[in-house]
Each structure stands twice: as C-alpha cells, then as structure tokens.
Ligand binder design. Structure first.
Ligand code: CP3
Length: 342
C-alpha cells in the first residue's frame, strides 16, 4: 500500500513544520502493554515470536491502536542478524540476549556466513506485508537495524555488557579482526535495511545504542566510517528517510550530525536547547528521559510542554531518550502523548 506523504511523521522528518509534532516511542511494542504480554506468553522463545508473522504484526500495531502513535515500528530485534550469520543466540528471562560462542578472533570472523535476506528474513517480509495491510497507508511503518558497532558488541561480548571491554580489546589488540567483523556487519546491515525498505517500510532507523561508550576519537576512527558506509549505500539505492539513534552519545553529535541522516535521536543527557541551537538544520528525535513516565501526569505534561516550547515551529519527532521501560505505567505514556496531541 503506498504511503501517504501527508503523514506528519514523514513531513517532520523531511524538515517541514507541522501543526503539531509527531510522536512515537522507542520499544513502544513491549512488555509494559498488557495486550503485548498476552501474546508474548505464547512464545517462550523470543526469536520464535519475532518470526511468527501474525503475532509480530499484531504487536506492531498495538501501540498505534491504543495511543494513536504517529509511526509504527516493526516488531523485531536488532539481533536477528546473528543466527543467519552463524552465531546462535537466545534470549534469557531476566538476562536478555546470550551468545554462547562469542566472536573474539579472526578465525571466528572468517567463519561468519553471508546473509541471504530473501531466504533468512522471509517471515519478517511477511510481517511487514501484514502490518501494511492493517495500517492502510494511514501510519508509516519504520524498519530498523542495529548499527554495525552495536550488533558487533553483542557478538563479541556474548550479550549485554557494562563496559564493552571485549570489543574494545579486539579493537586495540587485533584491529584487523575487528575491522573484518565490522565489514561483515556493514554489509549485512545494509542488506537487511534495504530488504525492509523494499518490503514497504516508509522510513528506517539505525540504532547504534552503545556507540556512546566510545570516546569521540575512537568513534571517529572505529565506528563512524562503517555507519556512514551503510548510510551512503542506502542513499544510492533507496529514497527513504533514515534516522540514527545512539544512547549517551552527546559528545558524538558533531560526527553523527555530519553524516547526513534525516533524523538524529537524542537522549536526555544532552542539553536540548543548546543542541537545537548548535545544529539548526538537523531534524532531531527525542529526548524525554523514559523514567519521567513514572511521574504524575502533571509532571509528564509539564516536562513535555517544556520540550515543545523550546522547539516552537521547528520540525521535530517527539520520543523518549531511550526505549520505554517494561514497568512504565500506561497512564505515563498516555500523558506524554496527550501533552503532544493536545
Ligand atoms: O517496539 C519496538 O521498539 C520494536 C521492537 C524492538 C525490540 N528491540 C523488541 C524487543 C526494537 C526496535 C528493539 C531494538 C533493540 N534490541 C536495541 C536497540 C534499541 C535500544 O533499546 O537500545 C537493542 C540494543 C536490542 C537488544 C535487546 N533485545 C536486548 C538488550 C534485549 C533484552 C533487554 C530487555 O529489554 O529485555 C532485547 C529483547 C527485546 N527486544 C524485548 C523486546 C520487546 C523484550 C523481550 C521480551 O518481550 O521478553
């Protein structure tokens, strides 16, 4: 179904002022929603859930139907690239993603498999088709992938990590293996994002969540060139708008904003006003602290209104500074969305 370009999300992303700001929330399809939990309980294995197209399509549209979000985001995960690359992955309750055989040397990088998106991701293509049918061209669907560095960090660390010590060790002790891994992930990330665009997504998000763990200098040398390669390859092959998100990456913004992304996600640690002033032409997304949604509706409303006041007419995509927490009260999301929609 062709996407209507009068959707305020796409207009804001294109740099147009809109009568009100569009809003969506990272991880909007998730455990804080009872209707999500009701479906989630049928799939003990999280990856099975992602590949169950009907169920994945259902949870993708849930937050659009409940809150009237201005964008849907495909229900999937940045780590779906691992199994097709030959890196088994499981999600453990309370622990998150686990890679039992982390990739930590050249031999492991050499044994990674190339991703064939058409055969590996057919169920995700089917989910996209089902979601597009449900959205009827009224709400854009966002496809997404991790940034190559963030996905690499899970492969090398073996799961979530506090310090990213193993991937940094690889970087500094065996730069050749690190770069070979990043080359593989750059190719796979491009292919996967291109696939989602081809299947009908209206915009793409690259989530390089852990890039903020690097110094600006290391980011410039070890991460940005790969991010930029994915972006530039997408630019030469598709016309969709592309958003970048990284957490804790305020000091990397000079680099990220130089890349040419249509939108750049901000977390709550940045000074919002100063950031807007420093990059007057960049469309940003964010940046309410997700924990503000634990506050009273009045506090949420006033925090949201402060952001809107700083923005004035400037195009912007309202969102949180990171994904919504699983124990967020529904009333918190409602107050946030209501403050924007008025
Ligand atoms: O609603 C949406 O945003 C769409 C779906 C989505 C998920 N993960 C579903 C998910 C998206 C966009 C992601 C992105 C993602 N996944 C990121 C980047 C954004 C960010 O949050 O920084 C990262 C780093 C991951 C990796 C990942 N997936 C982790 C670390 C975990 C475990 C932590 C946790 O929250 O449990 C996941 C699991 C996951 N992915 C869940 C969901 C809804 C929770 C699993 C469940 O329902 O049991």
């Amino acid at each position: 179904m062709p996407c209507k370009n009068d959707q305020i999300f796409l207009r804001a992303l294109a740099g147009e002022s809109t009568a009100r700001k569009p809003v969506w929330v990272m991880r909007q399809a998730g455990r804080y929603l009872p209707e999500y939990r009701a479906i989630r309980k049928n799939y003990p294995n999280f990856l099975d859930f992602i590949y169950a197209s009907e169920a994945a399509a259902e949870v993708t549209v849930q937050p659009v139907e409940r809150f009237g979000m201005d964008a849907a985001i495909l229900f999937s995960d940045i780590l779906v690239l691992l199994p097709p690359m030959g890196v088994p992955l499981r999600f453990e309750e309370g622990r998150g993603p686990v890679v039992d055989k982390p990739v930590r040397d050249m031999e492991a990088v050499d044994s990674l498999l190339p991703v064939n998106v058409d055969s590996h991701f057919a169920p995700i293509g089917k989910t996209i088709a089902l979601v597009l049918k449900r959205l009827q061209g009224l709400t854009p669907l966002l496809g997404f992938a991790g940034g190559p560095f963030t996905v690499a960090s899970y492969m090398v660390e073996g799961g979530s990590s506090k310090e990213l010590r193993n991937i940094k060790k690889l970087m500094f002790q065996d730069g050749r293996a690190y770069c070979a891994l990043m080359d593989r992930l750059t190719a796979a990330t491009y292919e996967y994002l291109f696939y989602q665009a081809e299947q009908g997504c209206s915009a793409l998000v690259m989530m390089d969540s852990w890039a903020g763990y690097l110094s600006p200098e290391d980011y410039r040398q070890w991460v940005f060139p790969y991010t930029k390669m994915v972006l530039d390859r997408l630019r030469s092959n598709i016309r969709l708008p592309i958003i970048h998100y990284a957490n804790g990456a305020g000091s990397l913004l000079p680099q990220i904003c130089s890349a040419g992304f249509d939108g750049v996600g901000l977390d709550w640690r940045v000074n919002f006003g100063q950031t807007l002033a420093a990059w007057p032409q960049q469309v940003f997304q964010g940046n309410l602290d997700p924990s503000v949604l634990y506050a009273s509706p009045e506090t949420i409303r006033s925090r949201t209104h402060s952001l809107l006041a700083e923005l004035g007419d400037r195009p912007h995509i309202m969102n949180l500074g990171h994904g919504v927490y699983p124990d967020t009260p529904i009333a918190g999301i409602e107050a946030f969305v209501d403050a924007i929609k008025g």
